[in-house]
Design a protein around this ligand. Sequence first.
Ligand code: COA
Length: 341
Amino acid sequence: MSVVQAASSLQLCRIMRPDDANIVGNVHGGTILKMIEEAGCIVGTRHCNTQDGDRCMAALVRVEKTEFLFPVFIGEVAHVTAEITYTSTHSLEVQVQVMSENILTGVKKLANKAALWYVPCSLKNVDKIMDVPPIKYASADQEELGRKRYGAQKMERQETKARIEDVVPPPPNPEDPPKGQHTVGFSQSSLIHLVGPSDCTIHNYVHGGVTMKLMDEVAGIVAARHCRTNIVTASVEAINFHRKIIKGCVVTVTGRLTFASNKSMEIEVFVDASSLMEAGKEKYRAVSAFFTYISLDKANKALPVPPLKIDGEEEKRRFEEGNARYLQSKAKRLAEKERQE
Ligand code: COA
C-alpha cells in the first residue's frame, strides 16, 4: 500500500486482490469500509499526537450514513483520500473518498464517500479522552458547516441511544422455516468470532473497520438467504460505536431483515460482546446498524426481491420504521439528483 501524507490529510492506494472479493467477484463492501476506517484512524491518530501530553489513538465512534455508489472490481486500484474536516474539543470528523481506477483503461469512478468521527483515547489509560488540537479552516463558512454537522450528529445520537441499550438478543433462527416463506426468521443469521490480536488496535481493542466488515458479512448472508440471488451493499445508515470490545472477547454478530421494498432489503445488524475468560460478566451490545442491500442481475440491474412476510406486532413496528427510513432516503436521493441536473 502506498501512502502520501500532509498535515491533516492522507492518501492510500492499494490494488484489489482476489481475497478482497465477495462471492460474486467484486470487492466486498466490508473491505471498502475497513479501508475507509484505516485511513481515518491514521489521519486522526497522527493529528491528535501533534501536541504534548499522553500519546493517544483515535477510536472510531461514529460513521455517518454512507452509500456505495459504484462497485470496485478485482484488479482495480482503490485510491482512499482522508481529510480532517472538523475538530471539536474531544472529537474530530474525517471525510474519506474512495475512487476506483481501472489501470488498463485509466477510467476512474467515485465508489464511496464517508464521514467518520473519532475520539482520542490515551495509550496510558484508555478511558482518558484527550483534547483534540484544533485545525485551521480554509474559511469561516467551512468551520460553520462543520459545527452544524457536529451539532446534528450529537442530536441524532441522543435519539438512537435507547436502541443500543436494548441488549436482548434477537430470537434464534427457527428450525426449518417453511420453504418459500420469506419470514424474518427464514433469513436471520449470526456469526461468532473470537477477537484476536489481528483484529485490534495497539490498545488491544477491536478496530472499527474490523467490526464493520463482520457486520457487512452477516448482512450479506441475510440478504442472500432472503432472495437467493447476487446481492450488493447499497448503503449503511449512521453507525455509533458506543462500547469498546477488548481482545479475547467473543462477539456475536446477528442480522435480521426489518424491511423489504420492491428492490431493496434493510437489515438490522447487532454486535454483542462477552468476555470469554471473566465468568459472570454480562454480555453487552457494542454496536447496531442498518444495512441496505440490493439484488443485481448479470448486467448489474436491480432485481425485484421477495416481499418480507411479517409476523407479530414487533416485526410490524420494525417494518414500518424501516419503510420510513426507506422513504426518507429515497426522497433525499431524488432531491440530490434534481439539484445536480
Ligand atoms: N459519535 C460522535 N462523537 C462521539 C460519539 C459518537 N458516537 N460518542 C462520543 N463522542 C464524542 C463526544 O461528542 C465528545 O466529544 P466533544 O467533547 O468534542 O463533544 C467525546 O466523544 C467524549 O464524549 P463523552 O460523553 O465524554 O464520552 P463517552 O461516554 O461517549 O465515551 C468513548 C466515548 C470513545 C470512550 C466510547 O464511546 C467508546 O469507548 N466507544 C467505542 C470506541 C471503539 O472501540 N471503537 C471501535 C469500535 S469496534
